[in-house]
Design a protein around this ligand. Structure first.
Ligand code: HEC
Ligand code: HEC
Ligand code: HEC
Ligand code: HEC
Length: 113
């Protein structure tokens, strides 16, 4: 009986490990090209490695694109407005950690030549 329980625990553990490996981590690098300011090349994989929890950026593990809820057309005052929410996400963390671009637009937005 004890052996069976151990076996079940091992099976459960392997099951979890398998799910973790199978999780869709999304693209390693994401070119965000909506802004006239220039393209933001976002190193998603590096940020994942530097962050303990996916939900620091994605509210939930649904992983929809930000723009599926955050719209350009949202009111200027609303935190939901696309530009506001995206900038808040990136800059609040960079500010808190003292790492990553903050003030200079061109450290994130690179204009095509
Ligand atoms: C930490 C990185 C970062 C910095 C610094 C930054 N931005 Fe952005 N910005 C982004 C990201 C990411 C997006 C989303 C781009 C996309 O979806 O294509 C964005 C989007 C925008 C948009 C477009 C919003 C829309 O609705 O299409 C504008 C305009 C913009 N930024 C202006 C600026 C200006 C001006 C500065 C400097 C004062 C600046 N940004 C600094 C990361 C940054
Ligand atoms: C530092 C912020 C940040 C972290 C941490 C992060 N992501 Fe993302 N992720 C983004 C951004 C920004 C996008 C681009 C969303 C968009 O295009 O609107 C994205 C896109 C994705 C996509 C593609 C969504 C689509 O439909 O195009 C998946 C899947 C994803 N992330 C999974 C993950 C997983 C899994 C983790 C944790 C291991 C994670 N992300 C951690 C910011 C982050
Ligand atoms: C399923 C819809 C949905 C998706 C997808 C979504 N958001 Fe949001 N987000 C919201 C709503 C709704 C609010 C406003 C909450 C409030 O008013 O307090 C919000 C608020 C925010 C805020 C401000 C409040 C806070 O938590 O600091 C930030 C920053 C933010 N979102 C960033 C993002 C980023 C970055 C992505 C993509 C990686 C994203 N959101 C994807 C719905 C969404
Ligand atoms: C949860 C914290 C966190 C969030 C959210 C975050 N970053 Fe960062 N970012 C970092 C850290 C930490 C570094 C420094 C990495 C290093 O020096 O190795 C960094 C560095 C960067 C750099 C410098 C080049 C590089 O890849 O190291 C860029 C560009 C950048 N981030 C863009 C963004 C954009 C765009 C967003 C929003 C979509 C964002 N970051 C959101 C933590 C974050």
């Amino acid at each position: 009986m004890k052996k069976l329980i151990v076996l079940l625990i091992v099976a459960a553990f392997l099951g979890t490990a398998f799910v973790a490996v199978a999780q869709d981590k999304g693209p390693a690098v994401i070119k965000m090209d909506r802004a006239k300011m220039g393209v933001v090349t976002f190193d998603h994989a590096k940020h994942q490695a530097n962050t303990s929890d996916c939900t620091e950026c994605h509210h939930t593990e649904g992983f929809e694109t930000c723009s599926s809820c955050h719209r350009k057309s949202d009111s200027k005052e609303d935190v939901k407005k696309y530009k506001k929410a995206i900038h808040k996400n990136c800059k609040d963390c960079h500010k808190a950690l003292g790492k990553g671009p903050l003030k200079k637009c061109s450290e994130c937005h690179v204009k095509a030549k």
